[in-house]
Write a protein that binds this ligand. Structure first.
Ligand SMILES: [Zn+2]
Ligand SMILES: [Zn+2]
Length: 267
């Protein structure tokens, strides 16, 4: 199983990273995509510790919509920051998480849109897939992805929580949908419906650790080992086996993020 989205280089894991990685491996988690904030020097510095502790991790680097306000006066500075960060991280495989968050409103909406757009343009230039974060901003997110022809590079809507219509729009753009622990919450009926209808070749699973622990760990710090629980719930919803979910999501992950070099050697 692969955790397609977690924040293992976050402060929350500094104290016991080795134990967290051991528990993931013992649970059958064979890799992870670790998100780094491009503007977060401390987090990026910890990336080396993460890849030393777990050589199967790959990284995705971007400016999160919450941090877009840092670049209010100059959105292009976000591009320069992300480009430098990606170029200096040999295990970088994607740009993200990037997108729009109108729920928390930590950055003005117009600034979020500008910073999102320029990072999509950078991803196209660098031929990297994108990891999208969108919350209460469905229409603008889809519009910008279309304007910037993001379907050419593809990517994933991470921690997808939209309805069936949004799922269809994302899939029509050629994107993958990644489901997190929210799908295990008893009241997430619409999302459970989405979990049944995502084509198997577009599905990914994630924890978004340290956030969003699945039932029965809800409310505690989340960690990659719990991605197995997410996959089990999806398997039950679809009337299939967890092995089938593992095979499909691992294949999708490899196609999208190229965790190994073409020679088959991990790099
Ligand atoms: Zn997110
Ligand atoms: Zn995240």
């Amino acid at each position: 199983m692969i955790d397609s989205h977690c924040h293992l280089a976050g402060d929350e894991f500094s104290g016991d990273l080795g134990a967290v990685v051991s528990r993931a491996q013992a649970a059958g988690v064979s890799g992870a995509l670790v998100i780094l904030g491009a503007e977060d020097e401390a987090e990026r510095a910890r990336a080396a510790t993460v890849s030393a502790a777990w050589n199967a991790v790959r990284f995705s680097i971007g400016v999160h919509p919450h941090k877009a306000a840092h670049f209010t006066s100059d959105p292009d500075e976000a591009v320069r920051t992300v480009r430098r960060a990606v170029q200096s991280e040999p295990l970088a495989r994607a740009v993200g998480e990037i997108g729009l968050d109108y729920h928390y409103d930590f950055s003005p909406h117009d600034v979020q849109r500008d910073v999102f757009r320029v990072q999509l343009q950078l991803a196209r230039e660098m031929k990297l897939p994108v990891v999208i974060h969108t919350r209460e901003a469905d229409a603008d997110t889809i519009q910008i992805l279309r304007d910037e022809r993001a379907g050419d590079i593809g990517g994933v809507f991470h921690c997808f929580t939209g309805d069936r219509d949004m799922a269809k729009r994302g899939l029509d753009l050629g994107f993958h949908l990644s489901l997190a622990g929210i799908v295990t919450f008893p009241r997430a009926l619409e999302l459970q419906e989405v979990a049944r209808l995502v084509p198997l070749d577009r599905l990914l699973v994630e924890t978004d650790s340290p956030y969003l622990a699945p039932v029965p760990h809800r409310g505690k710090r989340n960690e990659p080992a719990h991605v197995v629980r997410v996959a089990q719930v999806i398997a039950d919803l679809r009337g299939t086996t967890i092995d089938a979910i593992e095979v499909a999501t691992s294949k999708n992950f490899a196609r999208l993020f190229h965790p190994v070099t073409p020679t088959g050697h991990t790099d």
